[in-house]
Every structure is written in structure tokens, then in C-alpha cells.
Design a protein around this ligand. Structure first.
Ligand code: FDA
Length: 368
């Protein structure tokens, strides 16, 4: 038997929050992580003195003061406000869709004029119930915005034509009739000054926590299951059961990063490429998350890609088939009371960072 109370599989925000809270309660924890570093997808690394978001842009935002205070104990956050822009064939538009966007598109100045224009354009559907994503988008926002800012981006994201995608993918669209480019409606948002990795480092810094990176749970699954009284598992739930009921599907991403010998490449942290021809969906310029003035810059192109077993599973494909399969795995998991399945991979659901911290704290509450 081991000296540890818990084995935590995965050092992302879920596993690390749990480990931190368990150590605070005097428990001994071993954390294993298959990557060569801790932090999961929020990991940031310094390149040219710039904190690079290695697994995609991460902006912390929440309406929950408790979660905001909680995460602020591990890092100081800056005043970053997410205001992405869209580049459609070199025309630049503000996001989310707001009065700045409408003014640039149609020259309208007042909210009334913008609403009138959108209503006119929605009429092409003549009240028909949308049967695919294209019709759904037009029913919500009209033809111009759909054609320039939604169609190409969405088709690249999903790897399918908008007419072949189900309408429920876009239930709502962020539309604002004010001149406000702040993407999120949340009360609190920002970026940790110095990056996210420090948060995870602090969470795992207790003497009661031992961390082993480059260690895959599946290399010693049987031993771990016998040795540890309790396991917090934040890897893929279907992999835990050796895919015995079938494989859950994801969308993946490929990142292509470059150091550029110039101070400022695109003037904004996030630029979405909304035409169909540009193969990537976004370019991230990392220094702008922290208002950096380094001499060089680091940019990352983000390419959506099909997920095959072994690729990084970024976005769960929560369609009917996968949700039903997940439910079957969840039922199977309930037969293993000493394994807690958590995090985005263990629960097969997209979670923002504040939600995953909330989910980990809820697990802690149940456990102690
Ligand atoms: P996470 O994936 O981070 O951690 C799981 C860990 O388990 C990984 O490190 C993995 O290597 C490890 N692991 C898996 N299997 C293992 C095994 N067999 N053995 C050992 N280790 C194993 N949220 C937000 O609030 N604002 C944002 O802007 C963004 N942006 C964003 C962009 C992109 C591209 C994505 C994909 C996601 C976001 N998010 C986000 C969401 C955010 O990334 C997410 O909430 C957290 O990373 C989830 O933390 P977890 O611990 O659940 O998973």
C-alpha cells in the first residue's frame, strides 16, 4: 500500500485544484501527468520573454466573485479585455457583433437603423424554421454578417458545410446594439500577469504533493488501481475503459507558432480569419495579452483539424451519438466508487476555466 491518500491523474486546472484543496486538508497526493510539463491546456511558456499560450488563447472570465477571488490568490490579474477582431479578406470588423461592426458593414449610426437592417435581411427566410446552421444564422443575424463573419469561420471550425451542420450549434449569437467591443458579459476578466503556469505551480507546491511529469497512467494502470485508495482521473473517460463501448469523438487543433523580428504584428491579441480560403481560423499574438513591449513578437496560427485517436482532444463533439456513449461510460464509471472522473476529458464536456475550478471545488466539497 502507498503512503498517499490520492492519485491525481492530470495536472490541468481540475486535478491541480483538487490536489491543492486536498493538501490543505492534510492529505498526501501524488500527481501524474503524461505531458512533460504541468498545467494541462492552460500551460504558458516564456518565449522571447513573452508568455505564450501553448494550447490556445486563454482569457479568464467569470461572473462568480468566489471563483475570481479564488484564482486571484495564485496570481495577480491584469485588466485585459477580450476584444477580438475579424479579418474578412482584409476588411476588419469588431467582435462581438456590435454597433462598430454594423457601422462598418452598412454605415448605420443608430441602434434603430442597425436593427432595421438586420430585420430586413432576416426576412429572406420568410419565417421558415431553420433546418441547418446556415438558415439558423440568417434567422438570427441576417445575410451580410452570416456571409462575411460566420460562414467561412464556422465551416473551417467544423470541417463541414454550414448547410450540413445542425441548426442547434448556434442557439444564440452575441449581438449588442452598443459601441462595446468587450467580448464577454462577465463582471470579472483578465490574464494572470506572468502567465498561467505559476498558478498551477503554486497549487502543486505543498510538501504533501509529489508531481511526476512524463508519466502516463496507462503504463501502470493496474498497479495504480491497487496501490492508491482513491484516484482523481482527469483523462479521457473512454480511454480509462479501454474504449470498450466505443470511441468518443473530438475536434482537434494544430498550432503553428513563429517568432517574428518585429515589435507588433497585428495590433491585437486575437484576430479571427472569417473567410473560407484562409486555412486557419485565428492568429494569436501573445504579447498583447499582457500589453508587452518586447522587441520581438510571437504569433500562433490556429488550424482546426479532424481528430484521430492519439491527437490532442480539444473540443468534445457533443452530438447525440457521443452524448449517449458518454452516458454509458458514466454509468460504467459509477461502478468504480474509488475513481472520481473529472475535468473536461473525464466529463466529456467543454468547460471554461472558471467552470472547471468550480467543478473541482464541488468535487472537494463532496469528498471532504
Ligand atoms: P486539461 O486538459 O487542461 O488537463 C488534463 C490533463 O490530464 C492534461 O495535462 C493531460 O495531459 C493529462 N492527462 C490526460 N490523460 C492522462 C494520462 N493517461 N496520464 C497522465 N496524464 C493524463 N477557458 C477559458 O475560461 N477561457 C479561454 O479563453 C479558454 N480558451 C481555450 C482555448 C482552447 C483552444 C481550448 C481547447 C480550451 C480553452 N479554454 C478556455 C478551456 C480550458 O482550457 C479548460 O477549462 C481547462 O484547461 C480544463 O482543465 P482540465 O484540468 O479539465 O483539462
Amino acid at each position: 500500500m502507498t503512503m498517499y491518500d490520492y492519485l491525481v491523474v492530470g495536472s490541468g486546472l481540475f486535478g491541480s485544484t483538487f490536489a491543492y484543496e486536498a493538501a490543505k486538508r492534510g492529505k498526501r497526493i501524488k500527481v501524474i501527468e503524461k505531458r512533460s510539463h504541468i498545467g494541462g491546456n492552460v500551460y504558458t511558456e516564456k518565449v522571447q520573454d513573452i508568455n505564450v499560450h501553448k494550447y490556445g488563447a486563454h482569457i479568464f472570465h467569470t461572473n462568480n466573485k468566489e471563483i475570481w477571488d479564488y484564482v486571484n490568490q495564485f496570481a495577480e490579474f491584469n485588466r485585459y479585455t477580450n476584444s477580438p477582431i475579424a479579418n474578412y479578406k482584409s476588411e476588419i470588423y469588431n467582435l462581438p457583433f456590435n454597433m462598430n461592426t454594423f457601422n462598418k458593414l452598412w454605415g448605420v449610426v443608430t441602434p434603430e437603423a442597425a436593427k432595421k437592417k438586420i430585420e430586413e435581411q432576416k426576412n429572406v427566410l420568410a419565417g421558415k424554421t431553420p433546418v441547418n446552421l446556415e438558415e439558423q444564422a440568417i434567422a438570427l443575424i441576417g445575410t451580410d454578417i452570416y456571409q462575411k463573419l460566420i460562414k467561412g469561420y464556422t465551416e473551417k471550425q467544423w470541417g463541414r458545410k454550414a448547410t450540413e451542420l445542425p441548426p442547434f450549434i448556434i442557439k444564440r449569437l452575441p449581438v449588442r446594439f452598443t459601441y462595446d467591443n468587450n467580448y464577454f458579459n462577465d463582471k470579472y476578466q483578465g490574464i494572470p500577469i506572468g502567465g498561467y503556469t505559476q498558478i498551477i505551480e503554486k497549487m502543486l507546491s505543498s510538501e504533501l504533493i509529489d508531481v511526476e511529469v512524463s508519466t502516463d497512467f496507462f503504463n501502470r494502470k493496474e498497479e495504480y488501481m491497487n496501490e492508491f485508495p482513491k484516484i482523481i482521473y482527469s483523462g479521457m473517460i473512454d480511454q480509462f475503459f479501454d474504449y470498450s463501448l466505443g470511441t468518443l469523438e473530438y475536434r482537434s487543433l494544430k498550432f503553428e507558432s513563429k517568432i517574428l523580428d518585429r515589435e507588433n504584428y497585428q495590433g491585437n491579441a486575437v484576430v479571427n480569419y472569417t473567410d473560407a480560403e484562409t486555412p486557419y481560423t485565428r492568429i494569436i499574438e501573445h504579447k498583447h495579452f499582457e500589453f508587452g513591449n518586447q522587441k520581438k513578437t510571437v504569433v500562433t496560427k490556429e488550424y482546426p483539424s479532424t481528430w484521430n485517436k492519439g491527437d490532442e482532444p480539444y473540443y468534445p463533439l457533443n452530438d447525440k451519438r457521443n452524448n449517449e456513449l458518454y452516458q454509458q461510460y458514466k454509468d460504467l464509471a459509477s461502478k468504480f466508487p474509488n475513481v472520481i472522473f473529472g475535468g473536461r476529458l473525464g466529463m466529456y464536456k467543454y468547460f471554461d476555466m472558471h467552470q472547471i475550478i468550480g467543478a473541482a471545488l464541488a468535487t472537494v466539497k463532496q469528498e471532504f
